[in-house]
Write a protein that binds this ligand. Structure first.
Ligand code: ACO
Length: 322
């Protein structure tokens, strides 16, 4: 059987760091409130003029080097993002061209915080079908550009960044099982009220800001992620005790703790970046994966569950051997 396997990872974080103390100066909040409710201590923020594709390119260069491949080996680019540079062309074509990747299949996916899990699942199918031999898969977000820095309910949560992986066919076990889901009935709990075909005139006004009912998002996220984790393990015929690591979407430390509890996993087996990155939406899972691999905690052969939940709502999980 042919699997798809991650053979290289990379991440990029913008230079500028904004701490909770910095936020205390602009909104009515405290470091203590932010840390205890969210786990976030600092986040990276894109520079003026820095785009999502700029970050993707830096993350991709690291992943390409890590995988020991040449850009000419890549025959597919898929990026998960809700904050592309332009409405069109899609961001993957910009990445493909700027990196010097030969013309190939290149498209982007929009699934909010689940964007990378959707992109990785899609690339896995192409590779297993024999239609791609080497995929560059990214999750990236300049989400702070959508943030209203006067809205303390949301601005404390988010940060920018990009994560990239190289996915190739392998006879050794790699991605074992992927599960995706979505339910648009929850749209009003988390959304951005401006789009290309709706309310475009509001872009740049005070009305253009992330709308979120935090409490409800929290409850549905925990319930749904618990269910999808159980389904993923059952589908793969593995039990929770078999899992070596959880690499979750870094939305909020309390959501992550609740997930770990459901999986009977101690927090020592969970890769956490929320304290340093905040919620980077589609970028959070590939960046956390890269952090865990590079600091030596995640090792070849280990069984890893990645999961995410985001606006839509969308959700997804990938179970894999590294
Ligand atoms: N600083 C100080 N006080 C604040 C702040 C802040 N930054 N933000 C809100 N408050 C206040 C509120 O005004 C409220 O005050 P009140 O009681 O006087 O009205 C009080 O704190 C409690 O507010 P709640 O919204 O009930 O706080 P809660 O404990 O639910 O925490 C939070 C809010 C952190 C957003 C939480 O609901 C959450 O994490 N939800 C999950 C949503 C999420 O992670 N979204 C990210 C995107 S989606 C995703 O990635 C899954």
């Amino acid at each position: 059987m042919t699997y798809s396997r991650i053979v290289g990872t990379g991440r990029y974080l913008p230079e500028r760091i904004m701490t909770n103390a910095d936020l205390e100066k602009i909104i009515d909040t405290t470091d203590e409130w932010i840390r205890t409710r969210t786990g976030v201590e600092r986040r990276h923020v894109c520079a003026e003029g820095e785009t999502t594709s700029d970050m993707c390119i830096e993350a991709a260069k690291v992943a390409i080097e890590d995988a020991g491949i040449d850009v000419t080996d890549i025959d597919m680019v898929i990026a998960g993002t809700t904050t592309p540079d332009l409405i069109f062309p899609n961001i993957s074509t910009i990445i493909q061209h700027k990196l010097g990747i030969p013309a190939c299949t290149a498209f982007s996916l929009e699934a909010a915080c689940t964007g990378f899990i959707y992109a990785l699942t899609t690339a896995d199918k192409f590779i297993k079908a024999g239609e791609a031999k080497c995929a560059l898969v990214l999750g990236a977000e300049c989400i702070t550009k959508l943030v209203d820095w006067n809205d303390r309910n949301t601005c404390v949560l988010f940060g920018d960044g990009a994560g990239a992986v190289i996915l190739k066919p392998s006879e050794e076990q790699g991605i074992i099982s992927c599960h995706l889901g979505a339910d648009g009935q929850y749209k009003d709990l988390l959304y951005y009220p401006v789009g290309a075909s709706n309310n475009l005139a509001a872009a740049g006004t005070d009305a253009a800001r992330i709308m979120m009912t935090g409490n409800d998002v929290f409850k549905v996220a925990v319930k749904t992620l618990g269910k999808i984790a159980a389904e993923t393990l059952e589908d793969a015929g593995v039990i929770k005790e078999d899992l070596d690591w959880l690499v979750p979407h870094q939305a909020n430390i309390r959501i992550i703790q609740a997930m770990a509890k459901r999986l009977d996993m101690p927090m020592e087996k969970v890769i956490l970046t929320v304290q340093d990155h905040g919620n980077t939406s589609a970028a959070s899972v590939p960046m956390a994966l890269d952090v865990g691999i590079r600091d030596g905690r995640l090792k070849p052969g280990q069984l890893i569950l990645m999961e995410a939940f985001g606006g839509g709502f969308t959700w997804g999980s990938v179970l894999m051997r590294l």
